[in-house]
Design a protein around this ligand. Structure first.
Ligand code: CA
Length: 699
């Protein structure tokens, strides 16, 4: 009898299980997931609870005590690719994922590794990944850990042993689908989407039986083309409505609409809210004859979690053509608006607007831009539609410099909501990008197919001009009042692409930045109250948990991801240490340092290329190579800087790698299907020119 009373009290009093025993814990089932907010010692789902507020009620670490926060333990992973995962903590064990979809379990107190699971992703799959070989974290349910693997498998692993229980291929692996997102477990089903919007795929979200891995339902975000057979999927009932917003034949490049991040269970209305990605290819003129809203790209979809049946949608960017995904994290809350409690979802997608949407029907309540934007003249609150700026839709030879751009005013880095301050904390940024049609547009099957010529975004050699561009790249932590739709305060970072956010009842907001500092701010004022130099660029969000009465902060530190790979002007460019899981507690002070090695010198090549060859090489490099190796051959340091690579010195070695693919196991495929040996030698000419620039001028 006494134990029942204890359990009931624990559910009622959120804090009492902080000191509770973790040893006789019950299975993580629907009831426990539903009441996750009553267990602040654990972090059981991707966003902390089903509402994904990333707010935790632990308050031992607070605005007063945080000055005594220090490193307790860390674990260094095997490579330096990006780390984006939100770890989970269940009853004293921390589960997380690293690059290449690897899963790890540690004792959450000591850091002792309990097991590692490696899905052994083939290195060449990296070619299909737009934005690094990252993974945003696992899901946990009934003794199993679930991971969406980069090659499209959904895998269940035994939480005690790390042994594979089942594995299901969720995509056509002949196509350029990948998975980087965290699965979510909802009512006994594991929900997962995929990525590939830049590679010509058709997006969908699927639900699998958590016990067996069998497919339960699938919803395609893009309809089959006019006249085609239905899919036999949950989305069939919406085919006619969706097709009415498309024109022409979008089957070759799939249409896009990948579900690569937000999948949120809304218990209030028993629905799952799914964020949908951009169109493929990017320009609407190449995708849909320049017409139509193209449902359901760049939308939020509400689906029935049992059947996948459509309930409602809200499309933030109709007829999207700037890589404005609406996959960004979704937070559920009840806000008092005009003296009425409203059950809302909040989202700050790439297009720069902060949306507050009524979850009962998908109707827009309010929207204001949280960063400067130039693609609209505002949002019509009657229709919920953007009022398009006249020049935003680029066509013909016209060029449109968009702010925000496909990098997003806010990207996947999770934001947090603090119910006491009523503020949403957004990892926001300003990165402009010029858009111009790629003409003539030739589809590269399975390859990078934007339909946009990114080479127009030229980066100069002159250091003053470089500095001028760099000064335009901005990153912030913005505290946003979702009711007033205005900023309360902001913190300036040195540049964009910083970490996700955690809010706590200790009156704190935690965020890491690209420069490697994990920082804590007063949630009310933005005053910085704590900082730790991890010496590793941070993009992932911190979490908090407790074991035996001690509160911890945990963080995956490791720079990378889409912007992190491609952008040359980042802090610590050139040097990236291996990623690591770092855990902090009060009154701890583990010795910590990261030694920077010397960078290899620029390789000077003894050959002169014709200008036409170098120009051809530049065009190929900037559309094929630069996404990973860095724009203008300036690597951000995660994959090799080709200007410093000994392979550059030898035409034969260069062909062996770039044409024949001798390094494919490390993620560098051979490009013989896409490029001729002459093209590949031209690329060497361009990189050699960049290396000479580095040798002579140091940039
Ligand atoms: Ca995209």
């Amino acid at each position: 009898m006494k134990s029942i009373v204890t359990v009931l009290v624990c559910v009622a009093l959120a804090a009492c299980d902080i000191a509770g025993s973790s040893k006789q814990a019950e299975p993580v089932d629907d009831r426990r997931l539903s009441q996750a907010q009553a267990e602040p010692a654990n972090w059981m789902t991707h966003g902390g609870t089903y509402r994904e507020q990333r707010y935790n009620q632990l308050d031992l670490i607070n605005t007063e005590s945080v000055e005594n926060l220090g490193l307790k333990w860390f674990y260094q992973f095997e490579d330096r690719r990006g780390l984006e995962a939100t770890p989970l903590v269940i009853d004293g064990v921390i589960y997380t994922t690293s690059a290449w979809s690897r899963v790890h379990a540690f004792d959450a107190t000591t850091g002792e590794p309990l097991w590692h699971y490696d899905p052994e992703i083939a290195g060449e799959v990296a070619f299909k990944a737009c934005c690094d070989v990252v993974n945003r974290g696992p899901a946990f349910y009934q003794g199993k850990v679930y991971v969406g693997a980069l090659d499209g498998r959904l895998i269940a692993v035994d939480a005690k042993t790390g042994k594979e229980v089942w594995s299901t291929v969720t995509v056509d692996q002949a196509k350029s689908y990948t998975i980087t997102g965290a699965p979510r477990v909802i009512k006994g089903k594991v929900l997962i989407g995929n990525s590939g919007g830049e590679y010509g795929v058709r997006g969908y979200v699927s639900a699998y039986d958590a016990e067996t891995g069998d497919l339960v339902w699938r919803f395609y975000t893009v309809p089959p083309i006019h006249g085609a057979e239905p899919d036999g999927a949950a989305s069939d009932s919406m085919i006619a409505a969706a097709q009415a917003t498309w024109a022409g034949d979008w089957s070759e490049l799939g249409g896009g609409g990948t579900v690569w991040d937000a999948i949120v269970y809304d218990e209030d209305f028993d629905q799952v809210l799914v964020g949908v990605g951009n169109g493929s290819p990017w320009p609407r003129s190449l995708r849909s004859e320049g017409q139509g809203d193209n449902l359901f790209i760049s939308s939020v979809l509400a689906l029935d979690p049992d059947t996948g049946k459509y309930k409602w949608h809200y499309q933030g960017t109709p007829g999207e053509e700037w890589d404005f995904t609406q996959t960004q994290p979704i937070i559920l809350a009840t806000l008092e608006i005009d003296k009425q409690p409203r059950k809302v979802m909040m989202q700050a997608p790439k297009n720069g607007f902060f949306y507050v949407i009524d979850r009962s029907n998908g109707k827009l309540i309010s929207a204001e831009n949280y960063v400067p934007q130039n693609w609209t003249t505002g949002i019509d609150l009657e229709t919920g539609r953007p009022k398009m700026a006249p020049d935003a839709r680029y066509s013909g030879d016209e060029l449109f410099v968009a702010l925000p751009s496909g990098h997003g005013g806010h990207n996947w880095q999770p934001m947090a909501y603090h119910p006491d301050t009523g503020l949403v904390y957004i990892p926001a940024q300003e990165i402009a990008l010029a858009y111009q049609l790629n003409q003539p547009f030739e589809v590269r099957v399975g390859g990078w197919n934007l339909g946009v010529d990114l080479a127009v975004n030229e980066i100069p050699d002159d250091q003053e001009q470089i500095d001028a561009i760099r000064s335009q790249l901005k990153g912030f932590l913005i505290a946003w009042d979702p009711i007033k739709q205005k900023e309360a305060w902001r913190v300036d970072h040195l540049g964009p692409w910083n970490g996700g956010v955690l809010a706590t009842a200790g009156g704190l907001v935690f965020q890491g930045n690209a420069s490697g500092y994990l920082q804590a701010f007063d949630a009310s004022t933005g005053r910085k109250v704590w900082s730790f130099d991890t010496k590793v660029g941070i993009i992932a969000p911190p979490i908090t948990y407790a074991v035996d009465g001690v509160q911890y902060i945990a963080l995956m530190a490791g720079y990378g991801g889409g912007y992190g790979l491609a952008a040359p002007f980042t802090e610590n460019a050139g040097f990236r240490p291996n990623g690591r899981l770092m855990v902090f507690a009060l009154n701890e002070e583990l010795d910590y340092d990261v030694v920077k090695p010397e960078l290899a010198p620029a390789v000077v090549v003894n050959k002169v290329w014709e200008k036409a060859g170098r120009d051809n090489g530049a065009q190929i490099y900037e559309t094929t190579c630069g996404l990973c190796h860095g724009a203008t051959a300036r690597s951000s340091g995660i994959v090799p800087d080709l200007r410093r690579s000994p392979i550059l010195a030898s035409a034969e070695a260069w062909q062996a790698v770039v044409h024949d693919g001798v390094l494919k196991d490390r993620g560098m495929i051979g490009f013989s299907a896409y490029l001729s040996p002459e093209d590949i030698e031209d690329v060497r000419g361009y990189v050699a020119e960049r290396a000479l620039q580095l040798h002579k001028h140091g940039n």
